[in-house]
Design a protein around this ligand. Structure first.
Ligand code: P6P
Length: 329
C-alpha cells in the first residue's frame, strides 16, 4: 500500500523507512532514536505529574552553567542517561546538567555516536505549566579520531547527523530531522506511540513576528536595538515564551525570527552551542529557514571549542533573519 496521508506511521516505523534511504545503514540510528523516544515519553509523564509528585521547584545545587537546578532537570537527565546508556553504539553523552561527558565506550569498542542534550530546557517555567522541552543532537564521531571524549566530539571530523526536540506542551510533540527534511510526531497516549502528523515541515519564508526578551534591550549591541526600532515601526508582533523549545516550535510552524543576542553581561549570549543552538539550527535549516550567530555568519559554520560554550542566536524565516542581519552588519 503506497504511503498516503492516512497511513498510521509511528516514529519507529518512520525512522525504519527513512533508514532505507541510507544505504549501508546498520540500524544504529534507529536504536538511538528509539531510546530518545522512550526517554522523552517518560519525561513527559513526569512533567505532567510534577505538581502531583511534588517534583516542582529547585534543588540547592547549581549546574555547570551556574544555573539553579530544578528537581525535574536532574530527574530528566537521569532518565535520558538510563535509556541511552544501554545503546551499544553510543560512545559518550553530553548534558547541559553535567560538566564532563559521560563516557560509555571507546570508539574501538563500538562507540560511534555521541548524543548531546538539554534534558529539560525552560524548566524554570515548570511551576506555571508553560511548555518545556528536551533538545538533542546526534553526532557521528569521526572514524579513527582519538583523544578525550571532548576532543572527539569537538573535532571537525565529527558531524551532527540528527537533531530534534520534544515539546511537553498542550500535546507532546516530537520534531526530528535526520538530514532529509523535518518531520513532526505527536504522542498518542492511547497507544503510547509518537505518530507522524506532518512530513517535510517547511518554515514560512516571512512572518512579522520577532521573539526576543526586550527587557534587556538597553544591554543589546546597537544593531539589535536598531532592528527592534525598525520592527516596531513596521508593525511587527512580539511573541516570547522564555522557553526555547516553545519559542522555536512556534517560529517553525508560524514563521518569524527567534533572537537571543549578546548582552553587556553575557557577550556570547545565553544559549549553549552544542545542545541548544546547533540542533535547533539544523532543524530550522532543514525546514528551509536560516540560522546565524549574530554578525558571525551561519551558525553551523562555527566550530565550538568547548562543550558548554554559548553563542548568540538569530534563527527563523529566511526573510526575517535577513532583516535582522542587515542591521548587524
Ligand atoms: P531569558 C531557559 O532558561 C532558556 O535556557 C531557554 O529555554 C530560553 O530561550 C532562555 O533561557 C530564556 O532566557 O534570559 O529570556 O529568561
Amino acid at each position: 500500500m503506497p504511503w498516503t496521508d492516512d497511513n498510521l506511521m509511528s516514529l519507529q516505523s518512520h525512522v525504519l523507512v527513512e533508514e532505507r534511504h541510507h544505504p549501508g545503514a546498520t540500524g544504529d540510528f534507529t536504536w538511538i532514536l528509539s531510546a530518545i523516544s522512550l526517554a522523552t515519553k517518560t519525561i513527559g509523564n513526569k512533567v505532567r505529574r510534577a505538581r502531583i509528585e511534588d517534583v516542582i521547584g529547585e534543588l540547592s545545587e547549581h549546574n555547570v552553567q551556574g544555573e539553579q537546578q530544578q528537581k525535574l532537570d536532574v530527574i530528566s537527565n537521569e532518565i535520558i542517561k538510563s535509556c541511552l546508556g544501554s545503546r551499544a553504539n553510543i560512545g559518550a553523552l553530553v548534558s547541559e546538567e553535567e560538566e564532563t561527558p559521560t563516557v560509555l565506550r571507546s570508539h574501538d569498542d563500538g562507540g560511534r555516536y555521541a548524543v548531546l542534550f538539554d534534558p529539560l530546557d525552560g524548566s524554570s517555567n515548570l511551576d506555571v505549566s508553560v511548555g518545556v522541552g528536551t533538545i538533542f543532537s546526534v553526532v557521528r564521531l569521526g572514524d579513527g579520531v582519538k583523544g578525550t571524549p571532548e576532543n572527539m566530539i569537538l573535532t571537525p571530523e565529527s558531524k551532527q547527523v540528527a537533531a530534534g526536540y520534544v515539546l511537553y506542551g498542550s500535546s507532546t510533540v516530537f520534531v526530528l530531522t535526520t538530514g532529509q527534511g523535518v518531520d513532526m510526531f505527536v504522542l498518542d497516549h492511547s497507544i503510547g506511540a509518537f505518530v507522524l502528523v506532518k512530513r517535510d515541515l517547511m518554515i514560512p519564508t516571512s512572518q512579522k513576528i520577532y521573539s526576543i526578551n526586550e527587557a534587556y534591550v538597553d544591554r543589546f549591541p546597537a544593531g539589535y536595538r536598531s532592528y527592534l526600532e525598525w520592527a516596531h515601526e513596521d508593525g511587527y508582533s512580539s511573541r516570547y515564551i522564555g522557553s526555547m523549545v516553545a519559542d522555536i516550535h512556534r517560529t517553525l510552524l508560524k514563521g518569524g525570527v527567534f533572537i537571543y543576542p549578546p548582552t553587556d553581561d553575557r557577550p556570547e549570549g545565553k544559549l549553549r552551542y552544542l545542545y541548544e543552538a546547533m540542533p535547533m539550527s539544523m532543524i530550522i535549516e532543514q525546514a528551509g529557514g536560516r540560522s546565524i550567530a549574530g554578525n558571525q555568519g551561519r551558525l553551523l559554520d562555527i566550530k565550538p571549542t568547548s562543550l558548554h560554550e554559548r553563542i548568540p542566536v538569530v534563527m527563523g524565516s529566511t526573510d526575517e533573519v535577513d532583516h535582522v542581519e542587515r542591521f548587524l552588519s
